[in-house]
Design a protein around this ligand. Sequence first.
Ligand SMILES: Cc1cc2nc3c(=O)[nH]c(=O)nc-3n(C[C@H](O)[C@H](O)[C@H](O)COP(=O)(O)O)c2cc1C
Length: 199
Amino acid sequence: MSKEANNNYPLMELIKKRWSPRGFSEKSVEPEKILSMFEAARWAASSANSQPWFFIVGVKEDGENYDKVIQCFNPSNQEWAKYAPIVILTVAKLTYDDGSEYIHSFHDVGLATSNLIYQAMSDGLYVHPIGGIQTDKAKKIFEIPEGYKVLTGIIIGYLGDGSNLSDNNKKREAAERKRKQLSDFVFAGQWGQKLNLID
Ligand SMILES: Cc1cc2nc3c(=O)[nH]c(=O)nc-3n(C[C@H](O)[C@H](O)[C@H](O)COP(=O)(O)O)c2cc1C
């Protein structure tokens, strides 16, 4: 299945191609591709180069580590994520090294995650980020210290044919992708006034 963006202006190929599938293939991911994803995350921009991102990784072949990660997802996400070969939790550090509040930490973990997504896609993989996770459970299972926040889950693998999905998730998988218009969120001059380049 392809759910390419129905874009109004030209896009680079991987942005056009990206979407968040639930129907993953069970095919495992080559170790070098896994390492490239995290290398891409490593080279993201961050405030004062503080690199507040952490990734807790479960690879299917590693049974126990995979189970520890996926049990931290909400059951409705586990239901489809369990077929994917890689599951991840992202964690954000909430302070700079001097102890002051790192207000852009979530932003920077998002930038690193975005790098990871596009590196994975350039290697033929698909990625589905989720917020539906059990953060308290994750903190306990992985003994995550104070000052760090478990932020999201990430599911990665090759695209499947969707045959392993429930009827409800098959419907969601086929649903049209919708977006706001540029005029709804690209402003100039004053809040709410669209940039005049936009039709
Ligand atoms: C922070 C975040 C949380 C999300 N949480 C969930 C989730 O819990 N379950 C799920 O199935 N999808 C989740 N998604 C995927 C979004 O629903 C999806 O990105 C959005 O509908 C746009 O679709 P697209 O990624 O295919 O363009 C999440 C995405 C993000 C970035």
